[in-house]
Ligand binder design. Structure first.
Ligand SMILES: Cc1ncc(COP(=O)(O)O)c(C=O)c1O
Length: 286
C-alpha cells in the first residue's frame, strides 16, 4: 500500500515535484477540487462528485479537458496501483500555468492533479458519542456553492474550532446559520429536520443531497430547507453534520451547551445506520 499521485493522467509518486511555480492554483487559488471516499476498494458516490466537479469548472469558466470516463479511470488506477482499499482521493483542476496576470491567460491548458491516501484514525468513537462545535461568523465570499480552492475562511474557521477543542466550526452569516467549514449542518426540532437551503451561501454537499433525496425518503423523515438563526438552536432536540469524510456526525454540544441532553438523538442514529447501509451496498462492503 502506498500513497500515490497523478498529474494530467500520469501516475507519479506523492512527493514528486511536478507543479510549476506559475500554476494559477498555486498563485491565485484559481481552480476547483473534489474529495471522494474509497471503501472496500471502490469510490462511493463518484458520479455526483464528478457532476459537481463539472459544475464548479463551468462556474469559474475552466474548460473541461477530461471526460467523465477518463476521470473514473484515473480514480480506479489510483486505487489499483496504490493498493489502498479504505481512503480518500483528492482531485483538483486549476486553470493552468502562465505568467502571473489576473485575467485568464490566452493559451493555457488546465492542470489536473490527484492523490490517494489511506484513511486516518477512525472516527468511530465520535460517530457513536457525538462531537462539540462552535459558532463563528461566516466571513467567506458569496460563491460558497462553488467547490473552489479558495478555502482561507474555512481553514481559519477549522483552526479556531481545533483551538477551542471542537470538531467543527459552524458559520453564521448575518442572522442565519449556513454550514460547517467542511460539512453541512442540520438540526432537528419538533421531529422536523432543518438545513440551510442550497443557495450561493453554502456548498451543496453530496452527503447532504444523499440525506435529503434518499435517506430521509426511505426513513419517511421530513426535511425543511429553510434558514434558521442561532437562537433557534436553543430549542433543538438533535443536531448533526454531514460530509464525505465526516459522514453523518452527531453534534452533542454547541458553544459549550449540551444539545438537548447531550446524547445522540434517534433521528441522527437512524440516518447514520441508513448511510452505512448505503455504503455497504454501493461498495460491496459487509
Ligand atoms: C464548506 C463545505 N460544506 C459542505 C461540505 C460537505 O460536502 P460533501 O458532502 O460533498 O463532502 C464540504 C466538504 O468538503 C465543505 O467543504
Amino acid at each position: 500500500m502506498r500513497e500515490l499521485g497523478l498529474i494530467n493522467g500520469r501516475l507519479i509518486e506523492m512527493n514528486d515535484n511536478v507543479i510549476t511555480m506559475e500554476d494559477r492554483g498555486h498563485q491565485f487559488g484559481d481552480g476547483v477540487y473534489e474529495v471522494t471516499k474509497v471503501y472496500n476498494g471502490k469510490c462511493f458516490a463518484l458520479r455526483p462528485h464528478l457532476d459537481r466537479l463539472y459544475q464548479s469548472l463551468r462556474a469559474i469558466r475552466i474548460p473541461a479537458t477530461y471526460t467523465f470516463e477518463e476521470l473514473v479511470q484515473f480514480h480506479e488506477a489510483l486505487i489499483k496501483e496504490s493498493g489502498i482499499t479504505e481512503g480518500a482521493i483528492y482531485l483538483q483542476i486549476t486553470r493552468g500555468a502562465a505568467p502571473r496576470v489576473h485575467p485568464f491567460p490566452e493559451q493555457v491548458v488546465p492542470c489536473l492533479t490527484m492523490s490517494i491516501r489511506p484513511s486516518g484514525p477512525s472516527n468511530q468513537e465520535m460517530w457513536e458519542k457525538g462531537v462539540k462545535i462552535i459558532l463563528i461568523p461566516d466571513e467567506r465570499w458569496l460563491r460558497c456553492d462553488i467547490k473552489s480552492l479558495n478555502l482561507l475562511g474555512n481553514v481559519l474557521g477549522k483552526q479556531q474550532a481545533k483551538e477551542a477543542g471542537c470538531y467543527e466550526a459552524v458559520m453564521v452569516r448575518g442572522e442565519h446559520i449556513t454550514e460547517g467549514t467542511s460539512s453541512n449542518f442540520f438540526v432537528v426540532k419538533d421531529g422536523i429536520i432543518w438545513t440551510h437551503p442550497a443557495t450561493n451561501l453554502i456548498l451543496k454537499g453530496i452527503t447532504r443531497t444523499i440525506v435529503l433525496e434518499r435517506l430521509a425518503k426511505e426513513l419517511d423523515l421530513t426535511i425543511l430547507e429553510k434558514t434558521f438563526d442561532a437562537s433557534f438552536i436553543k430549542g433543538v432536540s438533535e443536531a448533526f453534520l454531514t460530509g464525505t469524510s465526516t459522514e453523518i456526525m452527531p453534534v452533542t454540544s454547541i458553544d459549550g451547551k449540551a444539545v438537548h441532553d447531550g446524547i445522540v438523538g434517534p433521528i441522527t442514529r437512524k440516518l447514520q445506520l441508513a448511510y452505512t447501509k448505503l455504503i455497504d451496498e454501493e461498495c460491496g462492503r459487509n
